[in-house]
Design a protein around this ligand. Structure first.
Ligand SMILES: Nc1nc2c(ncn2[C@@H]2O[C@H](COP(=O)(O)OP(=O)(O)OP(=O)(O)O)[C@@H](O)[C@H]2O)c(=O)[nH]1
Ligand SMILES: [Mg+2]
Length: 332
């Protein structure tokens, strides 16, 4: 599956049809009155959220969406047909922004949520409407209202309870694979993960929460280094961040430096994200022969008031305790 989480679109609603100017003409009815019908309403462009989709791939290819115009009114009081709406299905979690101001217009958070981004124009009234006691033969009708148009940005922000953050190779994907049914690619090279993955963690008694694995972040990601920071949009709606740090000593990761690098980058992305509750998780406990890495990171966390766990996704050491703690933090 190709994962797309951003698109710029042009949308236009239908014009309203114009009202009609017409007079009744029939044999034996010498002066039939005005009988011009109303124009139909223009169609609207509507976005609808569905959980069946999880990518904005369709919008990579189709970027212009127009709804149909309303038909003009006709004689004999016949109204024009309304223009059909254009309905676009997008994954739940999609937000719609104004392309210029980047202001958020709509948030399609859950299944079935809908929004009308541009509304169809009203149909004009036919001349039959304008007949009055003095004005018996109105020779005019109303024009239809024009449709609206807009340039918009649509962004998918996955919805999960917990987000994973960390340097490349920290063991994020291995962790999500060990606690959920997700099967992300795992590799001993950086940037194995190129797109976010969702996993559902089920505790013993059907309690569960969702977790999102995000591509690794490196120093200066905010300037575009590595994969940049754009994937962090999928951590924006989480309630808790798991910040994974390799404590094995194998890769010569300076654990405190790693922790600060990631937190600096998170802060560069958004203050809100950096301010989310965080749990620091030391990974690869099974191959951590030198305890100094764990100790120094543990001390650092204690100093900062951050909860600290160490786990091995390979042997499962410490994983259960961490999962129970996360659940408690989310729901107690
Ligand atoms: N021994 C051991 N190796 C681990 C553990 N967790 C991850 N690894 C190894 O570390 C390497 C990186 O793991 P990934 O899960 O791909 O790391 P990631 O954080 O998802 O990396 P990116 O997707 O590149 O950001 C792989 O070779 C894993 O097999 C662990 O608990 N123990
Ligand atoms: Mg990964």
């Amino acid at each position: 599956m190709v994962f797309v989480d951003y698109a710029r679109l042009f949308v236009k609603s239908g014009n309203g049809g114009s009202g009609c100017v017409s007079f009744r003409r029939e044999k034996y009815i010498p002066r039939g009155g005005p009988d011009g019908g109303d124009g139909g309403k223009g169609g609207s462009v509507i976005f609808r959220a569905t959980t069946r989709l999880n990518t904005l791939l369709a919008q990579r290819y189709k970027k212009i969406y127009k709804a149909k115009n309303g038909e003009h009114g006709k004689g004999r009081n016949m109204h024009g047909k309304d223009g059909a709406d254009t309905i676009i299905e997008v994954p739940a979690g999609t937000v719609i922004k104004d392309a210029e101001s980047e202001e958020m217009l709509f948030d399609l958070h859950s299944e079935g949520a809908e929004c009308t981004v541009v509304r169809g124009g009203r149909g004009g009234k036919g001349n039959a409407h304008f007949k009055g006691p003095v004005r018996q033969t109105p020779r005019f009708a109303q024009d239809g209202e024009p449709g609206e148009e807009a340039n918009i940005i649509i962004e998918l922000k996955l919805i999960a309870d917990v987000g994973l953050a960390g340097l490349p190779n920290a063991g994020k994907s291995t962790f999500i694979a060990s606690v959920s049914a997700a099967k992300p690619k795992i590799g001993e090279y950086p940037f194995t993960t190129l797109t976010p993955n969702l996993g559902v963690v089920t505790l013993s008694d059907y309690r569960s929460f969702t977790i999102v694995d995000i591509p690794g972040i490196i120093e200066n990601a905010h300037k575009g280094a590595g994969l940049g920071l754009t994937f962090l949009r999928h951590a924006e709606r989480t309630r808790l961040l798991l910040h994974l740090i390799d404590i094995s000593g194998f890769e010569r990761v300076d654990t405190i430096n790693a922790c600060e690098t990631i937190n600096n980058e998170l802060a560069k992305y958004s203050r809100e994200l950096a301010g989310k509750p965080q749990i620091i998780v030391g990974t690869k406990l099974d191959i951590a022969d030198d305890a100094t890495h764990i100790e120094s990171l543990g001390d650092y966390c204690a100093q900062k008031g951050l909860p600290f766990f160490s786990v091995s996704s390979v042997t499962g050491d410490g994983v259960k305790e961490l999962i129970n703690y996360i659940y408690k933090r989310l729901y107690d």
